[in-house]
Design a protein around this ligand. Structure first.
Ligand code: ADP
Ligand code: ZN
Ligand code: MG
Length: 480
């Protein structure tokens, strides 16, 4: 059998740090970074005799995430202790949720590899606390514990094993990220670890209904690494099975440099977490009214925004999807559109030149250094004929380097379009004089010669001449 006879199966456990101001069980700040152990207090340092108090905002944010992903919200929920020892976990247990998570049975809609809509089911979303960090000391040996992150609130979003390709896994994670950004419960900065995924992978023969044995890669925080890791791991598993071997259920570490997975520990001797309800915390009881209030205040989500763009701005399904995939891109679109009233053009700039530059610079839309107002200005300058779209491209590039009023940019650089008849005529005459062969070609029926002449005139004026006027005037002269 070959690779094509197998199917990949994946389920993701996604951890998102919530952007509440304070930690989940104390009033320390959740802010990223800071000198080691400065965002700490006796509670998050696990001093004996301290008591945790649940931060209400954490529940609110988790419920928001649950409602935005069509989950059922539990009226009756609780916190449990998950017991294990690790140096970055000073209590020797993590406060999490075991059998009564806040949210269950939701879904996130993505596109499958054929572009058809597909629902990825969510098993649950629960709240828990993050652990601290170990800083391994390369020089002095040993490791230093930093508890700034200990007690930062997390939601864990567990999917059913519904994903069937690395592409689906990537789109699922992107969609989830986008939803969390829209509802403003997490900043989802993957480089800072505020969004990370445990990726569970198995393979099975096509047509088989039983799931294969899975392996798990923990704490992945880049889309590229996740895609590579899934592809590698599925191939590895197929090879093992094809060689007559068996997959061990184990936790693996993906090494991005060597492009391989390594075994970390066996599930066989995985510890029993001895979950039990945390006796220091009261049960979480949510009223109907509380949940409905949150539901009512949910902002517009990517799916409905997409539908609105198709309706209101007559944009294509694809453009609407691409624009709304990022809250930042789509907010910029709306800001610019409201000023210049040219949705098509704004969408085009965002999805072509601006997206290309973002890609090249490996930047996220939220880091675009200029505003929707600036983009609206560019579109207006084209619409008024002040600049050509060739110049506009240069203005957009300049906006990334030195963001300022586009009008100032074109003044400073002398990029204003030449629309003055006399000036255009002068250029046309000069180009004609220098290219007698093209005149002869045109007269001999080679229409392409006109394009060449216009091109030369554009070059002569560094892209500043009004192309419609050039065309018209060349034609007039050639027909003489
Ligand atoms: P644990 O918490 O021990 O990792 P779970 O049963 O909660 O185990 O499963 C965690 C994740 O693994 C879920 O996202 C689930 O969809 C996924 N998963 C479970 N079985 C498989 C499998 N055979 N292949 C791929 N993913 C799986
Ligand atoms: Zn604290
Ligand atoms: Mg797991």
């Amino acid at each position: 059998m070959s690779k094509e006879d197998y199917e990949m199966v994946m389920g993701l456990e996604v951890h998102a740090e919530l952007s509440t101001k304070t930690k989940i069980f104390c009033s320390c700040p959740t802010e990223f970074g800071g000198e080691p152990n400065t965002h700490t207090c006796p509670v998050c340092m696990a001093m004996p005799g301290t008591l945790p108090v649940l931060n209400e905002k954490v529940v609110e944010y988790a419920v928001k995430a649950g409602l935005a992903t069509s989950c059922e919200i539990a009226r009756d929920s609780k916190n449990d202790r998950k017991n294990y020892f690790y140096p970055d976990l000073p209590k020797s247990y993590q406060i999490s949720q075991f059998d009564k998570p806040l949210c269950e049975h939701g879904y996130v809609e993505i596109e499958d590899d054929e572009g058809n809509p597909k629902k990825i089911r969510l098993t649950r979303i629960h709240i828990e606390e993050d652990a601290g960090k170990l800083n391994h000391n390369e020089f002095g040996g040993g490791s230093l514990v930093d508890l700034n992150r200990a007690g930062v609130p997390l939601i864990e979003i567990v999917s059913e094993p519904d994903l069937r390709s690395s592409g689906e896994a990537e789109r699922y994670l992107k969609k989830l990220k986008s939803i969390l950004e829209y509802i403003e419960v997490s900043d989802c900065k993957m480089q800072e670890g505020s969004l990370r995924a445990d990726v569970n992978v198995s393979v099975r023969k096509k047509g088989e209904t039983k799931l294969g044995t899975r392996t798990e890669m923990k704490n992945m925080n880049s889309f590229k690494a996740i895609t590579r890791a899934i592809e590698y791991e599925a191939d590895r598993q197929i090879d093992v099975i094809e060689d007559g071997g068996k997959i061990d259920q184990e936790t693996l570490r993906w090494d991005d440099v060597s492009g391989r997975t390594f075994s970390m520990r066996d599930k066989e001797d995985a510890q029993d977490y001895r979950y039990f309800p945390d006796p220091d915390l009261v049960a979480i009881k949510l009223s109907e009214e509380y949940i409905e209030n949150i539901r009512r205040e949910l902002p517009e989500l990517p799916e409905s925004r997409k539908a609105r763009y198709m309706q209101e701005f007559k944009l294509s399904e694809k453009d609407s999807r691409l624009l709304t995939a990022s809250k930042y891109l789509s907010n910029m679109f709306e800001e610019a559109e409201s000023i210049c009233n040219n949705a098509k053009s704004v969408a085009n700039w965002l999805l072509s030149d601006i997206s290309r530059i973002l890609n090249e610079k490996e930047m996220e839309p939220e880091n675009i250094p200029f505003t929707g107002k600036d983009l609206a200005k560019v579109v207006e300058l084209i619409d008024k004929g002040t600049i050509s779209s060739a110049i506009a491209k240069k203005v957009v590039e300049e906006l990334f380097e030195n963001p300022k009023d586009p009008e100032e940019i074109i003044k400073e650089k002398g990029w204003i379009q030449i629309s003055d008849e006399g000036a255009i005529k002068k250029v046309v005459m000069k180009i004609l004089e220098n290219n007698p062969q093209s005149i002869a070609d045109y007269k001999a029926g080679k229409d392409r010669a006109l394009g060449f002449l216009v091109g030369q005139a554009m070059k002569e004026t560094k892209g500043k001449a009004n192309p419609q006027m050039l065309n018209k005037m060349f034609l007039e002269e050639l027909k003489k």
